[in-house]
Design a protein around this ligand. Structure first.
Ligand SMILES: Cc1cc2nc3c(=O)[nH]c(=O)nc-3n(C[C@H](O)[C@H](O)[C@H](O)COP(=O)(O)OP(=O)(O)OC[C@H]3O[C@@H](n4cnc5c(N)ncnc54)[C@H](O)[C@@H]3O)c2cc1C
Length: 499
């Protein structure tokens, strides 16, 4: 049977019939009382029960889950997929989950790469893609009110017709939703100019664990206590369900300029980025590929390659590019067609599923690190993963730059002869890579978030601040029904078989 469920997760050749899949992550899956679901249906809320729909909706782009699929394992399977179309319906579903003690896992495009939307304890998968579309554009204030389940490419196409852009362009723009961006604290590829999603958000509508609805923020700037909007940004569906948001807009760019440079070392290229950002320039993209990544991609030999792209108002872009040129005088100028090549390929995601089928185990790890620790963080992660048995590649690029630091985006892969070793290699690689990065002063994540895969590092990464997050969770979701098993937060539904 064809799956009706929306969600562009990578196509999978399941090795066994989906009805016979074993569940990898939890011993028991919470079943939802039948009368609960029929009650939702009676109220006109869409509920999907078929095995195919439940299996498809219960996975995301976590690379390891692709490997499990080839082994006949599903990470978990929701008992039902519920697809509300309005905030009131979301509130009704969550209130019912609260009454019955049923876990509820929010999902947007399911493009997360850490298992964050996998319903590890079954229960309800709350598919939010039914809440879609622009609700209002305030052209004077340049703010858009948009439903949380709106996919990024649709949002930008609709805004472009009005002469605006949000400017949030993740590689996964056509796979991900506004609610998912906010829930994961995501970054677009042009965030140096437009900001990360936490800079772009003005306010939120959120359904809390008891089904009540709150509105946060809404003003350009405010000093009425802590910023409640930011409590929910990055909370990955564990503190509330985002149903609506207000985001800042920018004008469609008038001009786009590019340049490219080759450096002798990764450190020298990043140092140029540091100087550029600290002079107050904000080129939309300022990306440094180490030579391991640059050579096969751009045919640039031993060079560490800096790609620069800026867009926006003509005067600002010209000024930015002048600062870039001044700070790169010691580098080799490269053909700016390299930037066009990156621009053309920037949303291509076809290769990822293919790599898994060829027997590779791989992942990427993005962290933020101060400029003063960037070189040692880069070296440490390359050294520890590079020393692992069977490693085929470990490399990095710097993908987002700030005045105080940057995002390092590592890639690691192996192709063990024995397929049973793949999962152990994956876990070990994450253990050494994340711990090396944390020891070098890096954050746990820059834009992918935490989900399930990074949950084990949370207490270590946040230190004593982690207890504040636990207190927030217990206050906002006393029954622990919202996305249990994620972010290292207390989980009342039993064991999850993951380190
Ligand atoms: C090929 C590829 C490229 C990527 N590139 C980028 C990139 O450039 N930048 C970047 O930031 N990320 C990137 N990602 C990661 C992913 O796209 C982002 O994390 C994205 O923000 C997830 O959005 P989503 O709608 O798919 O959320 P989902 O994967 O469905 O959910 C992610 C998390 O958010 C929660 N959630 C989703 N919607 C809501 C809601 N409305 N309310 C509360 N919680 C919610 C879920 O419970 C889950 O915990 C990439 C992923 C892939 C596969």
């Amino acid at each position: 049977m064809e799956s009706e469920t929306v969600g562009p997760t990578p196509p999978i050749d399941w090795s066994v019939d989906r009805a016979d899949l074993d569940i990898r992550l939890a011993a028991s899956q919470v079943e939802v009382p039948a009368e609960f679901l029929s009650d939702l249906e009676d109220r006109g809320i869409e509920v999907l029960f078929s095995v195919d729909d439940r299996v498809e909706a219960s996975r995301d782009w976590w690379p390891l889950a692709q490997i499990w699929a080839l082994e006949g394992l599903a990470p978990a399977i929701a008992d039902a997929v519920v697809r509300p179309a309005t905030t009131t319906e979301v509130a009704d579903v969550v209130a019912a989950c609260s009454r019955h003690g049923v876990p509820v896992t929010a999902a947007g495009g399911r493009s997360g790469v850490l298992g964050s939307s996998v319903p590890v304890h079954g229960g309800i998968l709350l598919d939010l893609t039914g809440l879609a579309g622009i609700l209002l554009v305030d052209s004077d204030s340049m703010v858009v009110e948009v439903a949380a389940g709106t996919f990024g490419d649709t949002l930008e196409a609709d805004l472009a017709e009005k002469g605006f852009t949000v400017g949030h362009w993740p590689q996964s723009i056509s796979l991900s939703t506004v609610g998912g961006w906010l829930a994961c604290r995501g970054a677009g590829q042009l965030s140096n100019r437009y900001g990360k999603i936490e800079d772009l958000v003005v306010g939120l509508e959120v359904v809390l664990a008891d089904g009540s609805v709150v509105i946060t923020g809404g003003h350009a700037r405010a000093a009425a206590g802590p910023d409640l909007t930011q409590v929910f940004v990055g909370s990955e569906g564990t503190l509330g369900i985002i149903t609506r948001s207000w985001l800042r807009l920018h004008h469609q760019p008038k001009v786009r300029l590019t340049s490219a440079f080759g450096f002798e070392s990764f450190g020298a290229a990043n140092d140029a980025c540091r100087r550029i950002m600290q002079r107050g320039a904000t080129p939309a993209a300022l990306r440094v590929y180490d030579s391991t990544e640059a050579a096969p991609r751009f045919d640039t030999g031993d060079a560490h390659v800096l790609l620069v792209l800026d867009e926006g108002d003509t005067h600002l872009v010209e000024a930015d590019m002048a600062v870039v040129a001044e700070e790169c005088t010691t580098a080799d100028p490269l053909d700016s067609s390299l930037v066009e090549q990156w621009w053309e390929d920037r949303n291509d995601v076809a290769g990822l599923a293919a790599i898994t089928k060829k027997g590779f185990v791989f992942d990427t790890m993005e962290v933020t690190v101060s400029w003063s620790n960037l070189d040692s963080c880069y070296r440490s992660v390359l050294d520890v993963v590079g020393a692992m048995d069977g490693v085929r590649v470990v490399s990095a690029h710097q993908s987002h730059a700030y005045s105080d630091g940057a995002c390092l985006y590592f890639t690691f892969a192996a192709r063990p002869e024995d397929p049973t070793v793949r999962e152990a290699w994956y876990v070990a690689a994450w253990d050494v890579a994340a711990r090396a990065a944390l020891s070098a002063g890096a954050s746990l994540s820059h834009h992918h978030g935490v989900g399930l895969n990074r949950a084990r590092f949370m207490a270590e990464a946040l230190g004593s601040g982690f207890e504040v997050l636990v207190t927030l969770k217990e206050a906002l979701d006393p029954q622990g029904i919202l996305n249990p098993g994620k972010m290292g937060l207390p989980d009342r539904f039993g064991e999850v078989f993951w380190p």
